[in-house]
Design a binder for this molecule. Structure first.
Ligand code: ATP
Ligand code: MG
Length: 225
């Protein structure tokens, strides 16, 4: 688990300021959401935290250590994407095993880690199924399992529920909240859906045109939106 601090972060693409002087302090095990309209800089901010993009100025600090210039593979950060990014021709097992195999994890350890993560996401019975045979909500749980199994310090979520229909979105949202509470990994969740952010989070930040307009508990932010 990690504490994440973002200090005076600024990012421009050409002359367009996409993120302007962003500051956050996200506590260990906290579920922190960033809510804002399309194009306000949410994905860019997550990409910078993950090391897939570099800021023009400012710092990313995890547990007191400045990681701003560290490459992505040296950061213990997992990302869950909107489109799941699963390998369609592989089973649930192989999708989850992928990252661990790259780390050359021993087969017995691999099996035991995959079994325990499948229990967490309630998909043990689907272990050998192809991911394309699963529902959208189940696929999203596989993509979360694939991240959890690598034991990251921090999980970033980029609109992970927006491909699901309304009923499944609510169901998966409740499931996600339960999982995050059980696993207790510090989470940064971006969405354009205010209701989703308010329902899931310990704290919410409102981002608009690259500027943080307010940060607070769901109750504080709710009355101001
Ligand atoms: N690689 C890039 N080069 C140039 N401009 C970019 C690049 N990536 C993002 N942008 C611009 O930065 C702004 C913020 O984009 P970003 O993807 O962070 O928004 P977002 O809040 O995630 O939007 P959405 O809700 O639609 O996913 C947009 O105006 C986008 O066009
Ligand atoms: Mg985005």
């Amino acid at each position: 688990m990690a504490n994440l601090r973002i200090e005076n972060l600024t990012k421009k693409f050409d002359d367009h300021v996409v993120l302007s002087d962003i500051n956050f302090n996200i506590g260990q095990g906290e579920f922190f959401s960033i809510v804002g309209p399309s194009g306000c800089g949410k994905t860019t901010l997550l990409r910078i935290i993950a090391g897939l993009e570099f800021p023009d100025s400012g710092k990313i600090i995890i547990n007191g250590k400045d990681i701003t210039s560290l490459p992505p593979q040296k950061r213990r950060i997992g990302i869950v994407f909107q489109n799941y990014a699963l390998f369609p021709n592989m089973s649930v097992y192989d999708n989850i095993a992928y990252g661990l195999r790259i780390q050359k994890t021993d087969k017995t350890v691999l099996d035991s880690k995959i079994n325990s993560v499948l229990e967490i996401v309630s998909l043990t019975h689907k272990i050998h199924n192809s991911v394309t045979s699963l529902s959208g909500g189940e696929q999203q749980r596989v993509s979360l399992a694939r991240v959890i199994v690598t034991e990251p310090e921090l999980i970033l979520f980029d609109e992970p529920l927006s491909n699901l229909d309304y009923a499944l979105r609510i169901e998966t949202r409740n499931e996600l909240k339960r999982l995050q509470r059980d696993v207790g990994i510090t989470s940064v969740y971006v969405t354009h859906d205010q209701t989703e952010a308010l329902a899931l989070s310990d704290r919410v930040a409102v981002l608009n045109k690259g500027v943080v307009q307010q940060t607070g508990s769901p109750d504080d932010v709710y009355y101001c939106l």
